[in-house]
Design a protein around this ligand. Sequence first.
Ligand code: FMN
Length: 183
Amino acid sequence: MKAIVLYESKAGYTGKYAAWLAEALGCQACALHAFDAATLGDADIVVYGGGLYAGGINGLKSFRSLLRAQKGRDLRIAVFAPGASPARDEVVAEIRDRNLSAEEKESYGFFYLRGGFDYTHLNRSDRFAMNLLRLKLRLTPEKKRSGDARGMLASYKKPVDFTRKKNLRPLLSWLGVIPEAEH
Ligand SMILES: Cc1cc2nc3c(=O)[nH]c(=O)nc-3n(C[C@H](O)[C@H](O)[C@H](O)COP(=O)(O)O)c2cc1C
């Protein structure tokens, strides 16, 4: 088994998971934008991670292009997507359905991992988008705000980091690196 972990990360949460994964798999983790596809070499497992931005997985399009160039190779592929939302089954299903084609859902492992949120680390367009979200959340009367909405609003003032090594266990067991019972 030879693996490679590719990722795109804006504030570092996905990058942190990618580094942990690479350590567990005994392989390299590379930012996709800086990756030369030729270095895929004889890897037979490719893991891609991209943070969630407005429901979409960052860099997934570029990852697909890289895979198209590897057509015919027998690769085991897993995709992980860190986001700020709590990891509820319905949230995970929605993200998977929105981002992966029927064919990809059938053959790829898909894993939603809780990342984090740091308002101070956003570029201009992301800051604008998140300001709109904050406005929307604030427009809901305080008593009617869900726990998630309250948590999100609080995270604008104080960055949150939900990344944990243990969140990678389902992915590692899907890859056969750790036994299922260890979840
Ligand atoms: C503009 C913007 C949109 C976001 N949209 C989502 C989203 O749709 N769902 C979610 O769970 N998290 C969302 N997030 C939170 C990010 O997915 C989270 O911060 C993630 O950990 C980012 O990973 P990265 O820093 O490695 O790119 C969003 C964050 C920003 C700044």
